[in-house]
Design a protein around this ligand. Structure first.
Ligand SMILES: [Cu+2]
Length: 479
């Protein structure tokens, strides 16, 4: 097992994750006999005359359908999928139609839908339509409401949609394994007679969590507590696609949570919103109250709406702070405030290349320019406009602009108007406002020495395990 603790004692191998990611083919669907690869690419499905405004599934897409004698026909294919969580981290997952998670199903209240499910897995499966009112025998619980779909078989689900809102679908056979490997998706039912016009931007986001050991390519479905990859539509920041809106747009976020164990507190900066619906239905206006964070329990959906009246780059992220750390951000010993001067040199006599880290926190763990182990993500973040963004995982950026690129592409970073950007306080301002600084304040920000270019690894695992037992280690309490 290589976790962050062991990573920092130097057991992991050199860079190569990014290279690996680039070498993976980007096909959207599996060709016969080939495993599909999903990379978070997206494309719209909005044929003429659909009669509703389709949702946008960032880093995902809508499952195509066709009308056959008045029935809306869909085809889900359960299969192994090689999935990229962010550039640098690729894993062998299970999903639907070459995607992790499965494509978003969209329909309209009153539609009669027929959904074929083909099983291309090595194990039996079934699909449960989460929150949808339907006959008991269509509920998809393996063993109870139906027999499981064996490998190679195709089952037919068929029911009439009696409600509208944001729902989900997921495997309901060996749930722990299959859902934790990615077999989940969103099911959106648009209203037949909408009470108000659709929002200008309607985004659908599925939250999930994973355990992928650093360097491993298979998520561990047996994990119960120590998850280390947190995703929005199966992508971790910086792999998440930004959500764009024009100033004045009415924006809707539909957020579903099919994480294995965690509820998520999704917080939006720059705005307040109202929770307008759950997967149980719409909340009457009198029952809605303003929030800046919406709690999305496991196995539920929450729909929030707001008017995007403030331009800027606003983040939306889970406020459970370990959920905005990437892979190696979860099991590191606490060395904050410990004076580690000279320690590197001492330990390097035992272990060449060793580097003590974390005495000033984790903020610079992403931008030290060091190699990360093959097939893994830096602990936090990505370069931002002004500095390094020290969050990862369940984190995305809502970009609100007066004007947006007409091709729908990312508008880039927000340029703050003069006087609206936090910056170094001028001496004159401090004096004018009577701000007295501590006499012994160390003024340079460069307290930490630059670690760029330093070797940190190259130690075989045997030495690392030796270190874990050494007196030095015990005394400085890194482990
Ligand atoms: Cu969370």
């Amino acid at each position: 097992m290589i976790n962050r603790r062991k990573f920092f004692t130097g057991t992991a191998t050199a860079a190569g994750g990014a290279l690996l990611a680039r070498m993976v083919p980007t096909a959207l669907a599996a060709e016969p006999g080939m495993k599909a690869t999903s990379t978070g690419t997206t494309s719209p499905f909005s044929p003429a005359g659909i009669g509703y405004k389709p949702v946008i599934t960032p880093n995902g897409l809508t499952l195509s359908w066709r009308m056959v004698n008045g029935v809306k026909v869909y085809h889900l294919i359960a299969e192994p999928v090689t999935h990229e969580f962010a550039p640098g981290l690729v894993a062998e997952c299970w999903g639907y139609n070459g995607r992790v998670h499965g494509p978003t199903i969209e329909a309209v209240e009153g539609d009669h839908v027929r959904i074929y499910v083909t099983n291309r897995l090595s194990a039996p499966t079934s699909v449960h339509w989460h929150g949808i009112l339907l006959p008991s025998g269509m509920d998809g619980v393996g063993g109870l409401s139906q027999r499981a779909i064996q490998p190679g078989e195709t089952f037919k689900y068929e029911f009439t949609l009696k409600q509208h809102g944001t729902f989900m679908y997921h495997s309901h056979h060996d749930e722990m394994t299959q859902m934790q490997l990615g077999m989940i998706g969103l099911f959106i039912i648009h209203p037949k007679n909408p009470a108000k016009p659709p929002p200008d931007r309607d985004y659908a986001i599925m939250l999930s969590e994973w355990k992928i050991e650093v360097g491993a390519r298979r998520p561990d479905p047996n994990e119960m507590t120590d998850f280390n990859v947190f995703t929005m539509n199966a992508r971790s920041f910086p792999g998440t696609q930004s959500l764009v809106a024009k100033v004045g747009d009415r924006v809707r976020f539909r957020i579903g949570n099919l994480s294995t164990m965690s509820h998520h507190a999704i917080h939006l900066h720059g705005y307040y919103f109202k929770v307008v619906a759950t997967d149980g239905g719409e909340i009457p206006e009198a029952g809605q109250w303003p929030e800046t964070t919406v709690f999305v329990p496991v196995g539920s959906t929450r729909t929030v709406e707001f008017v995007a009246n403030a331009p800027g780059d606003w983040v939306m992220h889970c406020h459970m702070l370990h959920h905005v750390m990437n892979q190696m951000g979860h099991t590191f010993g606490n060395v904050i405030g410990i004076n580690t001067e000279g320690l590197n040199q001492k330990i390097r006599k035992l272990i060449p290349g060793y580097m003590v880290m974390g005495q000033d926190g984790m903020g610079d763990m992403g931008d030290m320019g060091m190699a990360v182990p093959s097939n893994s993500l830096p602990m936090v973040g990505a370069p931002g406009q002004h500095d390094y963004i020290t969050m990862g995982g369940m984190f995305t950026i809502v970009k609100v602009r007066e004007e947006l690129p007409t091709d729908g592409s990312d508008p880039g970073w927000y340029e703050s108007p003069p006087g609206t950007l936090a910056e170094l306080a001028p001496e004159a301002d401090l004096q004018r406002d009577g701000i007295e600084l501590p006499k012994d304040l160390v003024k340079t920000a460069a307290v930490r020495t630059s670690l760029k270019g330093e070797a940190w690894c190259g130690v075989p695992p045997t030495k690392a395990s030796l270190l874990a037992k050494s007196d030095v280690t015990a005394r400085i309490k890194i482990h």
